[in-house]
Write a protein that binds this ligand. Sequence first.
Ligand SMILES: [Zn+2]
Length: 406
Amino acid sequence: MQQTNEALPREILDSGTKLLVNLCSISSASGDIAGVRAVAERIAAELARHGLATEVVSEPDDDGNVLPLLVARGSEAGVHPLLLVGHLDTVLDAVPPRIDDGILWATGALDMKGGIAMLIAALDLLTLRGETPPADIMLVCVPDEEVGGTISERAVRRWGQGARALLVIEPGERRGDAETLVAGRRGLFEWKLEATGRSAHSGLAYWQGRSALGAVADWAAQAQRMSETGPGVTVNVARLVGGDTDFVNGLAANHALLGTSRRRNVVADRAIAEGEARFLTAADGLRILGRLQRLTEGMAATHDLRMTFAQGMSVPPVDPNGPGAPVVQRVIQLAAERGWRLEVEDDRGGISFPNYIADPAKVAIVDGLGPVGDGMHTREEHLDLRSFERRIVLLADLLVALAPRD
Ligand SMILES: [Zn+2]
């Protein structure tokens, strides 16, 4: 990795690193309400220095806990803000941070106090250059992302849908001598398949039976085979339960039948499978839904029994070729102008902030803007301070590039 050709002034790097170490020293595991609030207040104080209107508001979660949510607004942050999002919580509680040879070993250093300290240092850098961030900038830091919390989901849905751009300051990744930026995230839908056949004695009347278990197993094998490597769709059959109707409908009571000889002579007339499908574009989601529905009709006919397929909960995808693509290209260009290389992650796994927006296809989204490291969610978590340095400059340059044009 090359050096940035215009190094960050030492004073900004030092104060940014000091702030980051300080944030990492405050233990803020999900559910540690006092710790999460202390982190929120520390960040709020830093943002207030830059003239942002900051508040730490109390938000209830679904379990009745009241957690702090940090909201900071520039003077013109209205309904279409330039929105940055991050989270205050960590998976583990804090241990004392340690810097060794350009690496910061600390809980939350990578995920994602590094991204938050990066933002504040980028604002400091702009001030030093005599520049200002876009007046419509807004930052939302949530308290429960690491537990997939409802406050995170609600906050991103509320402020994200109208945003003119959504910048997620979660970490990128190292990729050889480059680093990454995240452009795409898969969406998913859950599904459930049920089949009802005809029970019969497998010794006396086998051909009069219709095996729901056989049909659902056939369906499951074909559905899994619809999975495509690369950017395509995947189908996961997570559970399959089959047997006679009493066995399936009373599984909890009847599981002791497993391993015995009892009722093996009954054609299995009831089966249920459930799982999920994942996809990178809305069109792919519709395509796989249609294929699974047609597979169900075909299987019901082939096996001469009743099958129903139902789509359940769904999460929209972030299409890497959606409205965020031009901004992603701009960020890559800004890094190149500073002498280092960013690559695009088109397909980052897992559900995260951008998926919470009701329709991510309408918002310009750039994810993975935060500095890189390794060991996320473990005691080995660490952050590369050289990446921290590069990305402070990158974010400052990006904020200038994203200034609203009249
Ligand atoms: Zn994170």
